[in-house]
Design a protein around this ligand. Structure first.
Ligand SMILES: [Zn+2]
Ligand SMILES: [Zn+2]
Length: 316
């Protein structure tokens, strides 16, 4: 555990195990007049044990936590929201869109429709749905006690945190900023580039331009200084440099995907198989399709690609 004193509030980093490829996930405890937990780790026996031990080291009991703020509702971040709320009276806050998309089983139909229209192989669609159900075993459903939106301000007693919507990795992803520190969930990681995952507006069912949103979030972080407490990995300084690095890497990926679209016009599935030959591996499929679709959206928006009625992309 790393404990940092930032003027008035004490921040404890709670590093928790996950069974996912990304490895450990961070939750954070802000110790002030109020006690705030940011994210919870995924629901597993091992993770609960480590969370309990970490709290004990910080000298804090579960029932002393006033509020849980969720950066986003992926299982590695919201796994114990239901348990903390029901058993310890912790009030849970998150973005309304994130809240609306997290209910188990609710996401399947939009994805199913989209993948079919994009020419994705039936076996792979089934496998992605199976994976989704597996992910859903790592959290329990819960209702938010309050919604959090861009521009909200929360006092923890001696410190104030401002909320910034940083979507793109998920539809209602949030960042919390105060006292020169920022909790950025999965939007800004030092060593891993954040995924712009395929997602849908929970109100309209329309697909969201995830990569464009992710880039807006990174462009915002590119203007900041301070200490970043990320969802995965150690804390780091200089968000601007890290955001710039990821934006530049995206520009290079965009160039290489543009070349593929020029050489081999096709639908999302065909193009993804060329860009990522190992996209058929179970853990890769959804990530690879998400990534390629992001750049197809970008090319279409910038006028470099055209999409026909059959869902095939070509250079304009
Ligand atoms: Zn995530
Ligand atoms: Zn994560």
């Amino acid at each position: 555990m790393i404990t940092q004193h930032h003027e008035v509030a004490v921040i404890h980093t709670l590093t928790l195990p996950t069974p996912f490829a990304v490895g450990d996930v961070n939750a954070f405890l802000i110790e002030d007049e109020k006690i705030i937990l940011i994210d919870t780790g995924c629901k597993s026996t091992q993770s609960w044990k480590v969370l309990g031990e970490s709290l004990e080291k910080a000298g804090i009991r579960f029932d002393q936590i006033d509020e849980l703020w969720l950066t986003h509702a992926h299982p590695d971040h919201c796994g114990f929201a239901a348990k903390l709320q029901k058993e310890y009276g912790v009030k849970v806050g998150m973005h309304a869109h994130e809240s609306a998309t997290k209910l188990k089983g609710t996401r399947a139909s939009n994805y199913d429709r989209f993948f079919r229209a994009s020419g994705v192989d039936e076996v792979l669609i089934k496998e992605m749905l199976r994976q989704q159900r597996w992910y859903e075993t790592f959290y329990d459903d819960f209702e938010s006690d309050f919604f959090i939106k861009d521009g909200d301000r929360f006092s923890t007693g001696n410190s104030e945190f401002v909320v910034k919507e940083l979507s793109g990795h998920s539809v209602g992803h949030l960042g919390f900023f105060g006292n020169g520190v920022m909790f950025t969930g999965d939007i800004l990681l030092e060593r891993i580039s954040s995924n712009a995952l395929l997602s849908f507006n929970p109100e309209t069912g329309e697909r969201i331009d995830a990569l464009a949103r992710l880039r807006e979030s990174l462009q915002y972080l590119e203007t900041l200084s301070g200490t970043v407490y990320p969802g995965h990995g150690d804390f780091f300084a200089n968000p601007a440099n890290t955001a710039h690095y990821h934006l530049s890497a995206q520009d290079r990926r965009y160039q290489s995907i543009s070349k593929v679209v020029g050489d081999h016009p096709g639908n999302l599935f065909e193009l993804t198989q060329i860009v990522f030959p190992d996209m058929h591996l179970p853990h890769n499929t959804f990530l690879c399709l998400s990534e390629v679709q992001g750049y197809l959206d970008r090319g279409e928006k910038e006028g470099f690609f055209m999409k026909d009625a059959d869902g095939n992309y070509r250079k304009s």
